[in-house]
Write a protein that binds this ligand. Structure first.
Ligand code: PMP
Length: 393
């Protein structure tokens, strides 16, 4: 469905239906700068009965969940739910691998850098690189502690030092949705962290069951429960897993058990519905969330085509082993390039009260700009309304 403007309000889609009124006033800023996954909230609202958890006052008081387990602070049912969701979706191999739980994958990023960095000179601080455009948080997250173990060394495409390195491979990539593989060509020893936050069926076709040495996943983008702060790493090498757990013990003595209970419930409900163990009132989660992403992308592309101000790269198309159909990717972010004559896409959109994240934060030109596709319905509809006013002849 393509959005068409008749030049004045009300704005209408090409089939004649109106662009829904948003709750935002026209002079307020529409913030599509952050990646808060609020798009899935109405789905979970419908699932309240199935997903509510009750925690009694005397429960979950200990630091320790399972003394005999390597990841001593992870509830056994949390671990089972993680194994189950990967088994249902088929996006990662868990067999013979270790699961390390974290407070979001952000904390596990630090744990992974700690575990992969050489502890002895002369190879430290080790260089940490990612191919531009890279996830905008990596440079600051790498540098915040001014570590003696690792240092941010920029764009992996241009890395030519003959020194050991850690390469971050984000696939699908934030900001541009591209499916990625490592790019560093140096002959020096390299280790890779796969950040797979968006490797879920609503965002991209699941083409392979990935089985890399260190893979990061997060509840924030899989179910949309960013506030629970649950992430997990799938790790091949026991020494790396042990060192990540050591980092977790020293930085936060584990992960909130309340959050684990909630995350477990959400993942179990999704798995039960796919394995036909329990029927649910709503559509299946990944079909529903993929449909929402597709609808948003179709509307968004229509508006951008009309604007003549920005261009979009084509989203990849592939056969999805999970949905059993060939389909396009529907990334969590749109990555726009400004037309000739516009040097700064973020500043340009500021004039329309649209707050975005500019290309320089991702290690590229300010001509580029990232827009969240996973905001609330209200924010998204208001974004479309404002983009309809962004036009060049
Ligand atoms: N990696 C990528 C590529 C992300 O986009 C995000 C969230 N924006 C994260 C990691 C961090 O996710 P979490 O909420 O699990 O800390």
């Amino acid at each position: 469905m393509v959005v068409a403007s008749n030049g004045s309000s009300p704005l209408v889609y090409s089939n004649g239906t109106k662009v829904p009124q948003s709750t935002l006033s026209s002079d307020s800023v529409v913030n599509v700068e952050k990646g808060d996954p609020m798009i899935f909230s109405p789905y979970w609202e419908k699932m309240n009965d199935e997903c509510t958890v009750v925690i009694k006052a005397q429960e979950l008081m200990s630091y320790v969940c399972d003394e005999n387990s390597l990841c001593f602070y992870m509830l056994p049912q949390m671990r089972d739910a993680i194994l189950r969701i990967h088994n249902v979706v088929g996006n990662a191999v868990t067999k013979d691998n270790y699961i390390v739980l974290g407070t979001g994958s952000s904390q596990l990023y630090h744990a992974a850098l700690y575990a992969l960095s050489p502890s002895q000179p002369p190879n430290h601080p080790i260089n940490v690189v990612a191919a531009a455009p890279y996830y905008s948080e990596y440079p600051d997250a790498t540098e915040v502690l001014q570590s003696r173990l690792f240092k941010w060394s920029g764009d992996a495409n241009t890395y030519n030092k003959n020194e050991p390195y850690i390469e971050l491979v984000t696939s699908p990539n934030n900001p541009d949705g591209a499916m990625r593989t490592p790019v560093v060509k140096s002959k020096a020893q390299g280790k890779i962290i796969y950040d797979l936050a968006y490797y879920w069926p609503q965002f991209t076709p699941i083409t392979h069951q990935l089985n890399h040495d260190l893979m990061l996943f997060t509840l924030s983008k899989s179910t949309g429960h960013a506030g629970s702060r649950i992430g997990w790493a799938i790790v091949k090498d026991i020494e790396v897993a042990k060192n990540m757990i050591k980092f977790m013990r020293l930085s936060s003595v584990g992960v909130s058990r309340e959050s684990q209970i909630r995350a477990t419930k959400l993942l179990e409900v999704i798995c039960d519905s796919y394995q036909n163990l329990k029927s649910i009132k709503s559509e299946l989660f990944f079909s529903h969330s993929k449909r929402l992403m597709k609808e948003r992308w179709e509307k968004f592309k229509g508006v951008i085509e009309q604007s003549n101000v920005f261009t979009l790269v084509k989203n990849p198309i592939a056969y999805c082993n999970f949905t059993k159909e060939t389909s396009e990717s529907y990334p969590a972010f749109a990555w726009l390039k400004s037309a000739e004559g516009i040097k700064d896409g973020e500043k340009y959109l500021e004039k329309f009260n649209i707050c975005t994240r500019g290309g320089e934060r991702f290690g590229v030109d300010a001509k580029y700009v990232r827009i969240s596709m996973i905001s609330t319905d209200g924010e998204f509809n208001e974004l479309l309304r404002r983009l309809l006013k962004v036009k060049r002849g």
